[in-house]
Design a binder for this molecule. Structure first.
Ligand SMILES: Cc1cc2nc3c(=O)[nH]c(=O)nc-3n(C[C@H](O)[C@H](O)[C@H](O)COP(=O)(O)O)c2cc1C
Length: 576
């Protein structure tokens, strides 16, 4: 075999890779000739495998009766999944087709034998999971070869694997790796169907390539940049043309000019952010609850024990907190990010384990964290924003959990606004007079010790901030860089926003203050930022609750801009 191929062959390989699609619709009924089917199975069988163990088998399912029963299993799983989804996602999911079991002439089940070849399979000895990986490589070979033949392939994973194996009479020692629906199609979509449906977005390659060390992102031949630098550099102001279009449309909508008050401004802001009028509906939305602990807790600034942070995280994940109730009401997803809880948390669906350190240090004695840790926590927030946006969310919502975190808020707000600690320190969860006076003193002592310089936002964060404050600052910057609106919750988000705005003031273009909390520092922070809160209900809970209440207001503002008729289109006379 020669080592290189002609460019045309190389290009053909890349073309097939690029134009391979997961296909669920548009199948033709015509059968697949035996030689074609054999070719794609040969391709699968030539996949690499751990220790050359070739752990796969291919079961061809043609019987309509069997496929009907398989489809029933898939439909049950589909319903189960749909029932679990937040309302906005469930609405979008209804329009998606997730299988083509009966629409294709043949279904191919790819199995894996994790025991094939005995105990000493080379490579699998260290990593047992490589058996299943090898079977996946066979699937990809089959998928590409099928594409080259004009055959569409749709992978269905909506199964209880044991149930499917039982129905198909697959021996117990084999695992079902893939269930593939295969048939001829006339055309392949240009982009993944889930992308076209707005369910998820393709992540840029540059997000996934790191040079030498995880986190030094770059593409070959380019200079590595830190995630924070890259994010700050990507932030741009509102698009002026879209802003002007949205203003003009608001003025032509069938209502008195300005009658939607602040909601008109919100719709104009979101148009400017999207660079389009009207902007997309900010739905689905996800609230990221960033959780961290605080060394300053040792100073007795709150009557709540520190363990409550981890206990409340468990409550969020079990669906039992106010944030869950409000998110369910407005159809949003809740995810919890452990950026610095003192306890080790069990892996649980919905929990993003991103611990930078086990709580901060006591800011009255030393910096809360190192500068490097502050940057890492900020980058956790940026990555969370990226992940949630790539997963298809069109609106982000901040949330927080951290016993003693209002003490860090007060210190941050005092540092950035120059306010006296007494003016910005609140009662948090409701401390008594003596504890309140002590809390102010603690904030004052921390500020006196560190003399944080607002011109050095990361330095302020490291000295007196919290890990969740840092992550929320990154989340706010990440959303701005991606031009996705983010609704800020209460005082924790407000103080984090001071950090983010000090790093890049233009980021404010993406921010909407969801509510004003009862904490006195919050109003001061919002004023400093020039943000107007949408809701004012004397809430002081955190978790993302106030911001979630504002979500329907933001969505209504955009829906009005998108759907309300104009005087000319509706034939309604304007006032003289
Ligand atoms: C392991 C795996 C399981 C999948 N399961 C399903 C599924 O159950 N239903 C479905 O509609 N698509 C399924 N897909 C297809 C993906 O949604 C699809 O690959 C992705 O959206 C990217 O689109 P593309 O393959 O056209 O590039 C699966 C893909 C993989 C790799």
């Amino acid at each position: 075999m020669s080592g290189t191929y002609e460019p045309s062959i190389r290009d053909a390989v890349h073309r097939v890779i690029r134009e391979r699609r997961d296909v669920r619709t548009g199948f033709r009924r015509d059968p697949i000739p035996d030689d074609v089917l054999t070719r794609i199975l040969e391709a699968a069988h030539h996949a690499p495998s751990v220790g050359f163990s070739q752990p796969w088998d291919f079961l061809l399912v043609r019987s309509e009766e069997t496929r009907r029963r398989v489809r029933e299993l898939a439909m049950r799983q589909r319903d189960w999944y749909a029932d679990a989804l937040p309302a906005a996602r469930a609405r979008a999911f209804r329009g998606l087709k997730i299988e083509a079991i009966l629409d294709t002439p043949v279904n191919i089940v790819v199995t894996c034998d994790p025991t094939r070849g005995g105990r000493y399979t080379l490579g699998r000895y260290s990593q047992p999971q490589t058996a299943a990986y090898s079977a996946c490589l066979a699937v990809e070979n089959l998928w590409l070869a099928a594409r080259a033949e004009g055959l569409g392939v749709g992978w269905v994973s909506f199964f209880d694997e044991r149930e499917l194996a039982g129905l198909l009479g697959i021996p117990r020692h084999l695992e079902v790796v893939a269930y593939l629906c295969v048939g001829y199609v006339d055309a392949f979509p240009d982009e993944p169907e889930l992308a076209a449906a707005g369910w998820a977005r393709r992540r840029p390659l540059a997000w996934a390539v790191h040079e030498e060390r995880y986190g030094r992102r770059t593409l070959p031949g380019q200079e590595p940049v830190s995630l924070l630098e890259e994010t700050l550099a990507a932030i741009r102001p509102l698009d002026e043309d879209a802003v002007a279009d949205a203003r003009s449309r608001q003025d032509r909508m069938t209502k008195p000019r300005g009658s939607l008050g602040v909601l008109e401004d919100v719709s104009v802001q979101l148009a400017g952010l999207a660079g389009a009028c009207p902007p997309p509906l900010p739905e689905p939305a996800a609230v990221a609850v960033f959780a961290g602990d605080h060394g300053v807790h040792a100073q007795g600034v709150t009557p709540w024990p520190q363990e409550v942070t981890a206990q409340m995280v468990a409550n969020f994940l079990a669906g039992g907190a106010v944030v869950n109730a409000f998110a369910a009401q407005v159809g949003a997803e809740v995810c919890v990010v452990d950026v610095g809880v003192v306890a080790d948390l069990e892996p649980t669906p919905g929990l993003l384990p991103r611990k930078v350190r086990y709580g901060t240090a006591d800011m009255t004695e030393q910096p809360a964290m190192t500068r490097e840790e502050a940057v890492r926590a900020v980058e956790v927030g940026v990555e969370t924003a990226r992940d949630l946006v790539a997963a298809g969310n069109r609106c982000l919502v901040t949330g927080d959990m951290g016993i003693a975190n209002t003490t860090a808020c007060a210190a941050l707000i005092a540092a950035f606004t120059g306010s006296d600690p007494a003016a910005v320190t609140g009662r948090g969860t409701g401390v008594d007079d003596a504890t309140y006076a002590h809390k102010i003193d603690v904030v004052r002592r921390a500020l006196d010790r560190h003399c944080p310089d607002p011109a050095d936002p990361l330095g302020v964060l490291a000295a007196v901030g919290g890990l969740e404050h840092a992550a929320i600052a990154g989340f706010l910057l990440g959303a701005a860089a991606l031009r996705v609106p983010v609704i800020l919750d209460g005082v924790i988000a407000g103080s984090a926003a001071l950090v983010a705005a000090a790093l890049e003031p233009t980021a404010k273009a993406a921010w909407i203050a969801g509510h004003r909390s009862a904490e006195p520092g919050h109003a001061i922070a919002l004023r400093h930022l020039g943000l107007r809160p949408l809701v004012d209900l004397e809430l002081r809970l955190g978790e993302g609750t106030g911001a979630l209440l504002a979500l329907p207001l933001v969505q209504s503002a955009v829906r009005a801009l998108r759907e309300v008729a104009t005087f000319d289109s509706a034939g309604v006379s304007e006032k003289n």
